[in-house]
Design a protein around this ligand. Structure first.
Ligand code: PGA
Length: 249
């Protein structure tokens, strides 16, 4: 299974930021990566990002509505992302769950919308700092998987991203032992659900992945890639993380 490195630009990036994607494209053409690469820019840049990527890597959305169309001012459907050239969409990011009150059921509906539009959903889960401190991290993640990964999930069309909320944008990460424990836990939960097929679900780690720690994180068992926020905004940093994935394969 090839690792998957996803860049999540969040609400960063105007037209000039596309230069980073051109740099990325040239580097990946010159040295084809051993990992799959996906960049999720703001929706306004998706069509231009698809052109800039020119198939050297994929482009995705950061969120979608569960419905294909309707009176939902300001929202964007999975079909619209697909129409703009996206191949994937992040759903259930903690910033959506916390800032926009998204429940597990809403996240599951968005994952279904992604499949309906033939997009790969990257379903995010992860505990808060208080939940980890309270010894509840494993249970919280189990509950989120039960609620936000639809029953009909197919391994080859599903990516999970474990992102401890307290590690996002803070420069702090769990220990490698804690990451390995959580990823093994997630794999076991998926196996209970999907049987042997669960081995084909890519489980990404996200939260303060940087060039300096990507190597040790991506080398861990059951870590099948990374979801990268801040360090995906600069092509040089993102490339260093992609190289770290390639080094393991
Ligand atoms: P970060 O963000 O890499 O800046 O911590 C990760 C994410 O929110 O997906």
């Amino acid at each position: 299974m090839r690792q998957l490195i996803v860049g999540n630009w969040k609400m960063h990036g105007l037209g000039p930021a596309l230069a980073e994607l051109l740099t990325l494209r040239h580097a990946l053409y010159a040295r084809p990566p051993l990992a799959d690469v996906l960049v999720c820019p703001p929706a306004t840049l998706i069509a231009r990002a698809v052109a800039a990527a020119s198939n050297a890597f994929s482009i995705g959305g950061q969120d979608c509505h569960a419905e294909p169309s309707g009176a939902f001012t300001g929202d964007i459907s999975a079909e619209m992302l697909k129409d703009a050239g996206a191949g994937a969409v992040i759903v259930g990011h903690s910033e959506r769950r916390h800032d926009h009150g998204e429940s597990d059921a809403m996240v599951a509906a968005k994952a279904r919308a992604a499949w309906r539009a033939r997009l790969m959903p990257v379903i995010c889960i992860g505990e808060t700092e208080a939940e980890r401190a309270g010894g509840e991290a494993l249970d919280v993640v189990a509950r989120q998987i039960a609620g936000s990964v639809p029953e009909e999930a197919v391994a080859s069309a599903t990516v999970l991203a474990y992102e401890p909320v307290w590690a996002i944008g803070t420069g702090r990460t769990p220990t490698t032992a804690e990451i390995a424990q959580m990823h093994a836990h997630i794999r076991a939960l998926l196996t209970a659900r999907l049987g042997g097929e669960a081995g084909g679900v890519r489980i990404l780690y996200g939260g303060s992945v940087k060039p300096g720690n990507a190597g040790e994180i991506l080398a861990l068992p059951d870590v099948d890639g990374a979801l990268v926020g801040g360090a995906s905004l600069k092509a040089s940093d993102f490339l260093a993380i992609i190289e770290a994935a390639a080094a393991r394969s």
